[in-house]
Ligand binder design. Structure first.
Ligand SMILES: [Zn+2]
Length: 340
């Protein structure tokens, strides 16, 4: 396949859409963000769930990436805030009581367990509810500070009444429903750049005019089974340059038609060329470019962003945590570039 580079003119065209003079920098955003001096990151040791040996989910990535961020000086200890599990009434904003009860009591049948991909243990409920709470708190922190991150999250394949592909509860949808209760009329965009479609998120939120769901994913790996506001399918094994061009063009188009008060970004680390499940061919440089363009586009226009990890199943184990770490580090870097 001929590789096509994203040229400078295309980059300029994308950035031009996000100049602070554009319609995106509406007055109502100004004054909402009270501080850019910090970037709160939400974490809990409870994110960890013991898995059988050989299980493909890299459960260690949460702790490893958090340690990388602190040891490299990107974050200070006080930037990392520990959260507890979300209350059941918060989870009920999205999930059926029967489903919550099934997870709580470990009553999934074999088919449901296979669909979920995680063992049903007593910790599964609290672990997943803790991840939801981290995302919920990160959204409110992003509204105050301009940017915040969950050192986990992005479980976009959870539906109201069942879980799929390691996603037990849909942290994105629960956080959005909670925000809508606390801030009626808030307009929220989900930007999902994980290599798989945000199918659960789309399914839960598809008829809400105040939510725009954007997902870019490999069409023949993760078919658009549940329509969102904009689903962009890449070819299988898409190279970085082509992916980035497709991403920038379509995200700009999404922002032409929807102007959010808050963005929940499911970053995704499974777009890497050595990922077991993603079927894309990005390298580390492509990720950094993706992260820089997305974060600058929103942060420079005073659109708050809550960053969520999403998936990552790299054959080189340390890469998944490293990609997540880099995304958070890029956000810290860009928040320092913005005048206070
Ligand atoms: Zn994925």
């Amino acid at each position: 396949m001929t590789r096509r580079r994203v040229n400078k003119a295309e980059n300029r065209a994308f950035h031009k859409k996000f100049q602070p003079t554009s319609v995106l920098a509406r007055d109502r955003h100004r004054g909402e963000i009270v501080s850019r001096n910090k970037m709160r990151c939400f974490y809990s040791p409870e994110f960890h769930l013991d898995l059988p040996k050989g299980h493909p989910f890299p459960m260690e990535k949460f702790e490893v990436s958090k340690n990388m961020l602190i040891e490299s000086g990107v974050l200070k200890g006080e930037d990392v805030l520990e959260v507890r599990a979300a209350d059941a009434h918060v989870l009920r904003r999205v999930h059926d009581a029967d489903y919550l009860s099934k997870i709580y009591n470990g009553h999934l049948d074999l088919k449901e367990q296979i669909q979920l991909g995680l063992p049903v243990t007593p910790k599964l409920y609290s672990r997943s509810a803790t991840e939801v709470e981290a995302t919920r708190q990160a959204c409110y922190a992003a509204l105050q500070d301009g940017v915040a991150a969950v050192l986990a999250g992005g479980t976009h394949s959870a539906f109201k009444n069942h879980g799929e592909n390691y996603s037990v509860f849909n942290d994105i949808a629960v956080a959005i429903r909670d925000l809508q209760v606390q801030r009626p009329g808030i307009k929220i965009m989900v930007v999902d750049t994980d290599a798989h479609q945000g199918d659960g998120t789309n399914n839960i939120l598809h008829d809400d005019p105040n939510v725009f769901t954007y997902s870019i994913h490999v069409g023949r790996n993760s078919p658009s089974s549940s329509d969102g506001s904009m689903d962009v399918e890449t070819v299988r094994y898409v190279e970085g340059d082509m992916y980035l061009k497709q991403l920038f063009t379509t995200l700009a188009a999404a922002l032409d038609v929807f102007s959010p008060d808050l963005v929940l970004w499911v970053a995704g680390a499974d777009n890497h060329r050595n990922d077991r499940l993603g079927l894309m061919r990005l390298d580390l440089k492509d990720f950094i470019r993706r992260d820089e363009v997305i974060l600058r586009a929103f942060m420079r226009n005073n659109i708050p962003v809550a960053i969520l990890y999403g998936g990552g199943y790299n054959r080189q184990q340390e890469y998944t945590a490293k990609i997540h770490r880099n995304t958070v580090a890029t956000a810290v870097k860009i928040s320092k570039e913005i005048p206070r």
